[in-house]
Design a protein around this ligand. Structure first.
Ligand code: FAD
Length: 486
């Protein structure tokens, strides 16, 4: 069987995998690396999701890479623009040629005597035939995202087979879905639902957002006037970093304020909704969640597009529970009916850890659900492996960029000291394991038991704070007594 060796294998060619390639080739020159990508293109999330209106819900000055300024006037960007940005990064830095497409990584086995990973990969040939190929590497960097690509999450609804129209999950949206002049019901209240509703409302006869419970929705200008002004007057890179830091600071301030003064932030957000929808709209029912701001991710709507569609009566929000799907639509528990030609189940993702890989160390299977994460990126007693996993309360890339920097520091440190293995190990009996995510969102709660745990103290504790992570990952000691080298 074919077996090639690389210093570093990266799994995934999405936003974080391409970023990892860039950091490796600039910070660890001379290291060989290969990116193994299961699909046939670069872009991950931003290629997979094709539903109308797909866009970021955080600003591109923080979702963009630290090393490549976002230059489009739109701060909240469309999916295709983000995809283009990732692909452009890959092409202009020569990263594309390091990617092997249609290579799905299935297993990784670490051997301590050899100090290397053996990685088993399913390679899909042009005609769809699958063959098994093997690679070996010294360091495995998982940039595989956080959810399953095969299908999204759909709860079991009664009567689905009776519905005469089309049911589609946004993760499976295809271009042939014609919603012009149709009655569409979007089930859900998260980022995907609030993105879809105003966009569908441009062509559909009527769009109803059917939610069991509301989410906090905040309007933000799609274009950032200060950012555009700075860009006109400052060198591009300087302007980018000023705006990036302004947005990082503002995000951290708003998150901390939400934690410390939840009522104040709640009133602020609801005040914004009231101003957008008018005093007669039933905000208490449709836009006032039962939880505090940032107990779940906030939903951002550029230029209040969702509110505009509601004001113009092209879209409506219904807050109720589904009894059953019927031939003509959905019957609710209060007995009322929502007629529909198309039902969109914007009901979430299925979370997945470490790209679905089976990982073993010297023949022992690693159970990630019972493993502590080190600095939110490596795993206790698992050598030479790291994951790029972003923030839940800020842009994904902020943490991934720092994770890449840390991995490069680690690799260079090992080279300088002739070490072949690095492995975080917890020798402190007082450290207790806790869930790694404290969000109350359904998709987190459904999967949190299967995810690696965080510890009660540093360096096992997750900060979810960019400034503290800079101190820990960019400047923190590589030889901190917890990471063991051999
Ligand atoms: C609709 C949507 C909107 C979002 N908007 C935002 C936003 O505005 N701001 C924000 O911060 N975050 C957002 N996110 C989160 C988003 O996923 C991240 O911002 C970011 O794109 C993740 O990049 P990634 O490269 O880490 O993962 P992904 O984009 O998921 O890419 C992972 C890649 O790894 C590949 N892969 C996975 N497993 C394997 C395997 N075993 N073998 C080989 N290849 C594998 C996949 O095929 C994929 O190409 C959004 C997510 C979704 C779904």
């Amino acid at each position: 069987m074919q077996q090639e060796h690389f210093d570093v294998l990266i799994v995934g060619a999405g936003l974080s995998g391409i970023g990892a390639g860039y950091h490796l080739q600039t910070r660890c020159p001379g290291k060989s690396y290969l990116i193994l990508e299961g699909r046939d293109c670069i872009g991950g999330t931003w290629d997979l999701f094709r539903y109308p209106g797909i866009r970021s819900d955080s600003d591109m000055f923080t979702l963009g890479y630290s090393f490549k300024p976002w230059t489009d006037p739109k701060a909240i960007a469309d999916g295709p623009q983000i995809l283009n940005y990732v692909r452009e990064t890959a092409v202009e830095n020569g990263i594309e040629q390091h990617v092997r497409f249609r290579h799905r990584v299935k297993r990784a086995a670490w051997s301590t005597p050899e100090a290397r990973w053996t990685v088993e990969v399913e390679r899909t040939a042009g005609e769809g035939a699958i063959e098994l190929v093997r690679f070996t590497c010294n360091f495995l960097f998982l940039c595989a995202g956080y959810y399953k690509y095969e299908a999204g999450y759909t709860p079991e609804f009664a009567g689905v087979a009776d519905f005469a129209g089309r049911i589609v999950h946004p993760q499976k949206w295809t271009e042939d879905i014609d919603y012009a002049g149709k009655r569409v019901v979007v089930i859900g209240s998260g980022a995907t639902a609030v993105t879809l509703v105003p966009e569908l409302a441009k062509k559909a006869a009527q769009v109803t957002m059917l939610q069991r419970s509301p989410t906090y929705v905040v309007s933000r200008p799609a274009q950032d006037p200060l950012a555009n002004k700075l860009r006109r007057n400052l060198p591009m890179r300087l302007a980018y970093h000023v705006i990036r830091w302004r947005n990082v600071m503002w995000g951290m301030f708003f998150f901390q304020l939400s934690r410390r003064r939840p009522d104040k932030v709640k009133n602020l957000i609801l005040g914004g909704v009231r101003a957008a929808l008018g005093p007669d709209y039933d905000i208490a029912t449709h836009f006032t969640p039962r939880y505090n701001p940032w107990d779940q991710r906030l939903c951002l709507v550029p230029d209040g597009d969702l509110f505009k569609a509601i004001r113009e009566k092209r879209a409506a929000v219904v807050t109720s529970e589904i009894d059953t799907f019927t031939h003509d639509g959905i019957r609710l528990k209060d007995g009322s009916e929502l007629p529909a030609d198309i039902i969109v189940t914007a009901t979430g993702l299925v979370l997945q850890v470490v790209g679905g890989l089976e990982v073993s160390v010297d023949g022992r299977a690693v159970d990630f659900a019972n493993t502590l994460t080190y600095k939110g990126m490596m795993y206790a007693d698992v050598p030479n492996i790291a994951s790029a996993f972003g923030y839940t309360n800020a842009s994904w890339t902020l943490k991934c960029d720092l994770t890449c920097e840390y991995v490069c520091r680690l690799i260079n440190y090992m080279d300088r000291h002739n070490f072949r293995q690095c492995m975080p190990h917890n020798a402190d009996p007082d450290i207790t394991a806790q869930p790694s995510l404290d969000f109350t969102s359904g998709y987190v709660q459904r999967s949190v038991a299967k995810m690696p745990k965080q510890g009660s103290k540093q360096p096992w504790r997750l900060y979810q704070n960019y400034a503290l992570d800079i101190v820990s990952l960019r400047f923190g000691r590589i030889d901190d007594g917890v990471m063991q080298y051999s």
